[in-house]
Design a protein around this ligand. Sequence first.
Ligand code: PGA
Length: 253
Amino acid sequence: MRKPLVAGNWKMNGTRASVAALTEAVKAGAKALDQTDIAVCPPFVFLGEVSAALRGSRVGVGAQDVSRHSSGAFTGEVSAPMLKELGCQYALVGHSERRTYHCETSELVAQKMVAVAKQGMIPVVCVGETLQERESNHTESVIAEQLAALMDTTETWDALRHAVIAYEPVWAIGTGKTATPQQAQEVHAFIRRVLGQKDVGLASAMRILYGGSVKGDNAVELFAMADIDGGLIGGASLKAEEFLAICQAARAK
Ligand code: PGA
């Protein structure tokens, strides 16, 4: 049985006051939603406060990125042990905004996944194709390349056992264009097949989230699909009521 996960990616949004209010509202609303794992991923600077506010609640905390290194002369970076100490249970790795704007390669994403898993946290590894790649029929080869880096060595494979995968078609992120439930299901099933070529047990246990313009009004039909185990939510996670409605739509598989 796969317990669904819904994670809110707040991206680079919020002030101390708005983040505190959003955190309290999500915490209060999440009490009744024990069928679903719920997490929020605030900007780094708010992680300590959000994590303290959510301690003992049903809502987990995640970072939006992490360094592959554990310490040292890496100006501006934040390490997995630091995130662990702040109370994070999750860290996103390989979000398409990181891959695109910060030139993160699939190999780097795999190293970040390893760094997160080594601290006993859950890496949420994002994969997804651009519009051009979809239109030129390359969706599966792009996803396969992104997955291959995660399955490459014993070290990455061991880390992958602790990970969650988020399928986020780049063309659906923040655009208001959602993949249809069928389009999303096809890719989720493909991801499970690829993992299954190496380990059927891991493939059937892996939680695969959908992300890309999930809203309160399309979450039910997306989350009803056989291989969709929750969501990674951007814009809609900034409104507590809408985020909680999305959490409520998640179903165990
Ligand atoms: P969106 O973002 O829900 O605003 O499309 C999703 C994401 O980037 O994780």
